[in-house]
Design a binder for this molecule. Sequence first.
Ligand code: SF4
Ligand code: SF4
Length: 430
Amino acid sequence: MAKTFAAGIEIPHYKEQTEELPVRELPLPHELIIPLRQHIGAPNRRLVSVGERVKAGQILGQSDAFVSAPVHTGLSGTVREIGMRQTLTGVQEECVVIDVDPVQEPVSWPEESLEELSRETILERIKNAGVVGMGGAAFPTHVKVNPTVPIDTVILNGCECEPFLTCDHRLMLEAGEEILAGARVLSKVLGGARVIFGVEENKADAIEKLSALLEKEKGMEIVPLAVKYPQGAEKQLIYATTGRVVPTGKLPSEVGVVVQNVATAQAVADAVLKQKPLTERIVTLTGPAAAGPGNYRVHVGTPVSHIIAATGGLKEEAAKIVVGGPMTGWAQSDLSAPVVKGSGGILALTAEITLTREEYLPCVRCGKCVEHCPMFLYPNYIGIYSERGRHDLAREWGAANCFECGICAYVCPAKRPMIDFVRASKRAAT
Ligand code: SF4
Ligand code: SF4
């Protein structure tokens, strides 16, 4: 039986629409809107001015703080504006708006050999390239791979357990060699740690491809995992692949593990071997209301509206546009908001498959949320106390340990907006 973790749920996958569609390029956007902060950590100060010409790969903003990541433009153009713009999470951030040159000069990134690079050089290049976790968390990678405790295991996360998303699946099929190059870099920077690829069993072709690549690699293996949500969450993935339990409130490094998404591994290879900054990613555009579903290579800073329009628009009135996965993503009110480093999907959803939260009910104490919570919390109490404004009690029931997987909201028969409750209590603590 395939390995997995306790609790969690089996949910419909909805991946058929795009899982067999190879990655395609999009026409160039007319503008890029690049938020100066796309990571967890200190904000960047801007390094460019309005009217300035910028080249592809040029840095736009950085910070001297250790926990930070610079941002770059992937396309040349002219800075039209610098100001506050709405981002995908609904928060306003300072953005550099670039009028993109309609014709782009090709840029080459010559490759170097990993053997010649020291640990310090590797860390510096990962930081300089602005690499952050591309599975959504956007934590700066140079910080994560430079822990203060020994690490013996790197887990590369290829689970992609959220419904609809297929960008990591396609990446594993189409860029397995680059992911493997990133795995070698991560192993080296972490002192020769072994590497485990964790991939859900519903991606049999990716497992086959990676297994073939790993045949001659020492210290690397692939672990097929049961198809269950949230199999790709850090603590659940660590338990499923190694049997190690990360204590409540602690980081994976506590048990000698670093977890990186497979797309991040590819970005690490680009950063270290080519000194290429992180300026693009694969985005899955899908959902019943999407006219041109597929997996697209997208420049960071591309407005969501451009991606939808360039792929044929919407087939019918979309009830909701969500960026990210349906369980953890963000519903959008302004489609001019740009794709950032951690954005893996754009979902154009119709009313039939969208939960409406307008008239949710009081908790009926069915216990389903408690039964399925992968963190073994009592989401019902967190919700009740948060709703009453007793965020202190919501936190006593563990709101801070919730990683917002969305299962409690998904299973709740009263359609209670559990993630909103959790987020309100977390915000009240800051
Ligand atoms: S309380 Fe948090 S971790 Fe538990 S099911 Fe709900 S969203 Fe997931
Ligand atoms: S699933 Fe909903 S109704 Fe059931 S106990 Fe949890 S919050 Fe209450």
